[in-house]
Write a protein that binds this ligand. Structure first.
Ligand code: HEM
Length: 400
């Protein structure tokens, strides 16, 4: 089996939108990724995506933005600020775990710190299982840990969430409750449509686990990158200090710029379903792998300018190119959580009081409002367990 590399924004875009290529980055991770939305293809994928899209409708994103984000962020950030210091990587995971558990449909009846940390511990192992392709650890040991954690997840979180929704569905079918009394999450929507989509209980469970890890890991990493880039920019550009504290549109631009420079995965992989002529004039045979360079494409000077390698929130980009580049994917597998995390791109008429800024911008605003700064005593360190360029630990301090 051959492997072909695609570089440059335009060719990467064409390749990601080519329907003769199927997802292949997670082939090694079947234990956790088999038959989840990201690894399904064709008609089955279209039907699943259409169904799950309901959880990401505009009015639901608006509700998260207005009520859920402040309710989740404020207590977590206040507690960290009161303590005076935190590891931003852990803080990011806790924040995003709270959001993605609600989206996925995992109940946390106690809503306690302990309970969320327990779920997070399991989800981190699912993440390791999902990103095996880039792992620098012993892959067989990770697979065993994923297997064990899945059992624990089933017992401590999944079964009760599943049963509660099954009961609600029965009450709804008997006409005893209305549709708006059903939770608006992935587990619920899949149970409602289980027969229509011909989904086994195992696939539904893996789908819920996929959402938990896909949503939380990428958001947490992006938030830490954003904080780092913004603090560095603030030091070098004191003239932007006021904007960073007072202009949410500017802060959101900083987040877009971070997402462009630091895609969650530096590459996307696809496998040819038949012989394919790629836009870069190369031809691949059925079964061949195509590796798409997302990190490099997002720094393509012909799209993002001569300083494309640099963080620059004042960057001007032609409207037809998204400011985050290819970081939320494009084509049939484009990220469903994009608006939730990144928000909407503002235009001249956007009203700052009702605009969707996304979770990451709100998180960063909460940190800056509490005067969070990188710790002078404990410099940040890279995650050495993966080839993905993430921060492993990032100590911050708050204003006393
Ligand atoms: C900064 C945060 C995030 C980044 C950078 C990100 C990035 C991506 C990318 C690049 C893909 C496409 C992968 C490919 O084509 O191979 C994707 C797919 C997906 N993302 Fe995200 N994501 C983020 C957050 C989220 C969140 C919060 C959720 C949900 C709670 C989510 C749900 C999904 C789903 C369901 C898919 C698969 C869509 C499909 O296959 O049709 N993501 N994401």
């Amino acid at each position: 089996m051959e492997s072909t590399k695609v570089i440059g924004y335009r060719d990467a875009f064409q390749t990601l939108t080519n329907r003769d290529l199927a997802q292949s980055l997670y082939d090694e991770s079947a234990i956790i990724m088999q038959d989840v939305i990201l690894t399904t293809d064709g008609n089955e994928h279209v039907k699943r995506r259409k169904t799950e899209f309901h959880v990401f409708r505009k009015e639901i994103s608006k509700k998260y933005e207005k009520y859920d984000f402040p309710n989740i962020l404020n207590p977590i950030l206040d507690e960290a600020a009161f303590k005076g210091n935190a590891n931003l990587v852990e803080l990011g995971h806790i924040v995003t775990m709270n959001v993605t558990a609600d989206i996925a449909g995992i109940d946390r009846p106690l809503k306690s710190k302990n309970e969320t940390e327990n779920l997070l511990r399991l989800v981190k192992i699912f993440s390791e299982g999902a990103t095996l392709v880039h792992s620098l650890k012993n892959k067989e040991i990770i697979k065993k840990k994923v297997f064990q954690s899945f059992k624990e997840f089933d017992k401590d979180f999944y079964m009760s969430s599943f049963e509660r929704r099954k009961n609600l569905l029965n009450l709804f079918k008997k006409g005893e409750i209305n549709e708006d009394e059903l939770p608006k999450d992935i587990l619920m929507i899949l149970l409602i449509n289980q027969d229509k989509l011909k989904l086994s209980n195992d696939v539904i469970k893996r789908e819920v686990a996929f959402y938990l890890q896909a949503g939380s890991h990428s958001t947490a990493n992006a938030s830490v990158h954003a904080f780092h880039e913004i603090i560095e920019w603030k030091e070098k550009h004191p003239e932007d200090k006021f904007k960073l504290s007072n202009d949410m549109f500017f802060l959101q631009k900083c987040v877009f710029e971070t997402l462009r420079l630091h895609p969650a995965s530096p590459v996307a992989w696809r496998k040819a379903k038949c012989p394919v002529h790629l836009s870069n004039l190369k031809t691949v045979n059925e079964g061949d792998n195509v590796v798409i360079d997302l990190l490099g494409s997002n720094r393509d000077k012909s799209i993002f300018g001569e300083d494309a390698e640099q963080f620059n929130p004042h960057r001007k980009i032609l409207e037809k190119f998204p400011p985050w580049g290819l970081s939320f994917g494009v084509g049939v597998h484009a990220c469903l959580g994009r608006t939730l995390d990144g928000g909407e791109i503002p235009d001249q008429d956007s009203d700052p009081s009702v605009h969707n800024y996304g979770l990451i911008t709100h998180f960063i605003k909460g940190l800056l409002d509490r005067d969070a700064k990188p710790s002078k005593d404990n410099p940040p360190v890279r995650d050495l367990n993966t080839q993905r360029p993430n921060w492993g630990s990032y100590s911050i301090t708050f204003r006393s």
